[in-house]
Design a protein around this ligand. Structure first.
Ligand SMILES: [Zn+2]
Length: 147
């Protein structure tokens, strides 16, 4: 499969404000995931959501603490900790801008991987942060909305 680096949309693009829709796994989504992984790596990101490359489907990719890249299709937060922490966030769609945001320290996330297998991960710290930021993108929410 030939992958492509795609253009990351800037925050004034209306596509970033749409609510993205859940998807099945098909060839289009397989290609999308590969392109997103390649784009995220080349942009030195730790997370990327499909709307950022112009596709309003509920797909994100994140870089794990083990330096692996995990796709999450139709990710949902199913649990979050009472404990909240403030952390500075950046965004590939809003270059050079950082925002301190208070969010749950830990989350449980349920998602489907590219093989169609359902998984549940419990994440904390930076990984929990990235998943929450990327799922916000699927709902048309940008980090600057918290300012
Ligand atoms: Zn972002």
């Amino acid at each position: 499969m030939e992958t492509m680096r795609l253009e990351v949309l800037k925050d004034d693009n209306p596509i970033l404000r749409n609510k993205s829709i859940a998807t099945l796994i098909n060839d289009e989504v397989r290609t999308l995931v590969e392109d997103m992984k390649e784009t995220m790596v080349l942009e030195n990101g730790i997370g990327l959501a499909a709307p950022q490359i112009g596709v309003n489907l509920r797909v994100i990719v994140i870089k794990t603490l083990q330096e692996e890249i995990q796709e999450m299709i139709n990710p949902t937060i199913i649990w979050f900790s009472e404990e909240r922490v403030s952390m500075e966030e950046g965004c590939l769609s809003i270059r050079g801008h950082y925002v301190d945001i208070l969010r749950p320290y830990m989350v449980g996330v349920k998602f489907m991987d590219i093989n169609g297998k359902y998984r549940k991960w419990k994440l904390k710290g930076l990984e929990a942060r990235v998943v929450q930021h990327e799922i916000d993108h699927l709902d048309g929410v940008l980090m600057t909305d918290y300012e």
